[in-house]
Design a protein. Structure first.
Length: 644
């Protein structure tokens, strides 16, 4: 509550800060809180009350579920976030009282990954910096101690150098007719450590460890001050940033530059008005007032809406946490639509990311892009100031390959959602095909109640779930038959005529001698065939190249040929599919398009890039099989197709 008071927030928010643990830690009820303090306070308390423990299989699941509830609550009222940030900052200030090192590190990591970026995203840099410093001290104690010690040494060697440089800045501006307030400081230990890690340099090689703020009266004075500073001290190329003309997404406004001071040190200078400074320190809290009869509590923060949209589609706790962290970190660029709309995106964003930032449907239908009137690949990295035109087609849909280069959580979530749905649709289609083919081989007509009865027995929600289970081989043929027709006989099924198909006939056999087609080589009409007589006197028909023939003696072979009109046999194929969305559906489509019925399908191997299937298909003859294999090999999703 003290932190919220320092932020000068409204009474309801401060009362919420006092009461936020009441429901969990005392006998008080939500109804009592509402009766004593009003509906708004009760709602806010409910939003920030510590979440009850959730039984989860992993730490990520627990963290993701807490984050899910938290984001949904703050999407209704941003004050939930303000109270939660104050609560987390208080927890970090008292972290040393926790005895368990593992628990301290878990809290510090969660603060660094979630709460500090959240504070940054609503412009509360003062709270963000303190959170990062405290978390850094816990997570990297040796690095924290080393950087702190070196900052102290720097201060001791240079005396009060920060004050001297600050005074020089203020006097220079005053000599040029500008009244300004100048303050300076060494940068925070975590910020210094992060730059050292990113640039792979030592503390001594880091040139800009000091930052100065110049506070002036108006926005025009910001640019006047900038000009006077650049005329007095050399500017460091590439370090100028104008966040006044193009504010950050959290509303932050300021002009940044770096110059080389007389001391030969690089110093960073941030120039802003008093109003901008208040917002930079207190962020969203600096707007806490009623304006035009509408409370700022009703303010909607766009990036929170984006995260809530991702909540609805994340497929796993890891995916939710990944998208949240991606959406919250701060390195951003600015691009424009052809109509001049400014779109803020993370550094590394592509035209696909911009399309999804405008609208999900636009992203889904993207087929190309023009950047600054030039057609570019969709994987092109956007830069500040780029004008981007998205080219679309209603026939287009998200491509799995986009996942290799999109940078935003919203784009990644949309593509993954489409891929998941497409894969499920293809799985359902394959399962239904197998189901229909099994049913077509039965000499009975199933009653209407057979399917609901099977779903109940197999404990499946609906018909679609059954088809998925069949396609993924979670249910075998026998189990399915038993579920559909308990006991395999009974009065609830009626015989149906079996479709008559031309019988296989073999030339070279004595009339009346029993034979069967060998399951090892699956001979089909058109193959050269021979027969082997088994101990039971039945003739086993093999293709001439079958390896099993080696177990016999040539003299035992019967020279056979297919009889006239022989049509239809089972061939076995080994089909290797690439690991891309839709491959299974393409395979089934090719087989169906060529008139080949799938009798059985089994996945026999899988690695990171390929899936190997053994597929038994019903074909007319050898020519039909060759046509099927050729069609499979023509498909981009099929790596190879061979008869086995």
């Amino acid at each position: 509550a003290g932190i919220l008071t320092d932020l000068k927030l409204d009474d309801e928010t401060i009362v919420t800060g006092i009461l936020h643990d009441t429901i969990e830690d005392t006998v008080a009820t939500p109804e009592e809180v509402e009766k004593l303090f009003g509906a708004n306070v009760a709602r806010l308390v409910d939003g920030v009350t510590k979440l009850s423990k959730i039984e989860a299989q992993s730490e990520n699941e627990r963290a993701a579920e807490n984050l899910r509830k938290f984001l949904l609550a703050l999407s209704d009222d941003i004050r939930v976030l303000l109270v939660k940030l104050a609560d987390r900052l208080h927890n970090m200030r008292t972290l040393h009282h926790i005895g368990s090192e593992d628990k301290r590190r878990r809290i510090a990591r969660e603060t660094m990954d979630i709460y500090a970026p959240l504070a940054e995203r609503i412009g509360m840099y003062e709270i963000m910096n303190e959170m990062q410093t405290l978390a850094f001290r816990e997570l990297e104690p040796d690095a924290y101690a080393s950087i702190t010690r070196r900052l102290q040494q720097l201060h001791a060697e240079g005396g009060d150098i920060v004050s001297r440089i600050g005074l020089g800045l203020r006097l220079h501006l005053a000599d040029n007719g500008l009244e300004a307030e100048v303050t300076g400081r060494e940068k925070h230990p975590y910020s210094i450590w992060k730059k050292m890690a990113e640039r792979h340099i030592s503390f001594e090689q880091l040139s800009d460890v000091m930052a100065f703020r110049v506070i002036v009266n108006g926005a025009e004075d910001c640019y006047r001050a900038l000009g006077h500073i650049h005329r007095r001290w050399p500017m460091v190329p590439g370090r100028f940033k104008d966040f006044i003309s193009t504010p950050k997404r959290n509303g932050y406004r300021s002009v940044h530059t770096s110059v080389i001071h007389d001391t030969k040190m690089r110093i960073e200078v941030q120039i802003r008005t008093r109003e901008m400074h208040a917002q930079a320190e207190r962020g969203l809290a600096s707007h806490w007032a009623y304006k035009e009869g509408k409370p700022v509590a009703d303010i909607k923060v766009p990036w929170i809406d984006d995260l809530v949209e991702i909540l609805d589609h994340a497929d796993s706790p890891e995916e939710l946490l990944e998208h949240t962290r991606m959406a919250m970190y701060q390195d951003r660029i600015f691009a424009f639509t052809p109509k001049g709309e400014l779109i803020q995106l993370p550094k590394g964003a592509t035209p696909i990311d911009l399309a999804y930032a405008v609208h999900t449907r636009l992203g889904d239908q993207t087929v190309g892009a023009k950047v600054n009137s030039r057609v570019v690949p969709l994987r092109t990295l956007l830069e500040n100031g780029d004008q981007v035109e998205i080219l679309t087609s209603e026939a287009q849909h998200p491509q799995p390959s986009w996942l290799r280069f999109v940078a935003t959580g919203k784009a990644r979530s949309a593509v993954r959602r489409f891929v998941r749905h497409k894969e499920r649709d293809e799985t359902v289609e394959l399962g239904r095909k197998i189901y229909d083919e099994i049913g077509a081989r039965l000499p009975v007509t199933l009653p209407k109640e057979a399917l609901p009865r099977a779903l109940k027995k197999l404990k499946l929600e609906d018909e679609e779930a059954l088809m998925v289970a069949i396609a993924r081989k979670r249910i075998g043929d026998e189990a399915l038959m038993e579920a559909l027709m308990p006991g395999s006989t009974g009065g609830d099924v009626t015989p149906r005529p079996v479709a008559q198909r031309q019988a296989i006939s073999i030339k070279g056999l004595t009339a009346g001698v029993a034979f069967h087609l060998a399951s090892c080589c699956h001979p089909i009409p058109g193959d050269r065939i021979v027969g082997l007589r088994r101990e039971d006197e039945e003739i086993e028909v093999h293709a001439i190249g079958c390896e099993q023939l080696a177990s016999g003696i040539d003299a035992d072979w019967l020279d056979l040929a297919w009889g006239d009109g022989s049509d239809g046999a089972t061939a076995r194929l080994c089909i290797i599919l690439r690991d891309v969305a839709g491959a299974l559906g393409v395979m089934a489509g090719v087989l169906g398009g060529k008139g080949a019925n799938i009798i059985n399908l089994q996945q026999v191997h899988r690695d990171g890039s390929f899936h190997t299937f053994h597929v038994d298909v019903e074909v007319h003859d050898l020519a039909h099989l060759h046509a099927i294999i050729a069609a499979l090999r023509d498909a981009d999703q099929v790596s190879s197709a061979e008869r086995i």
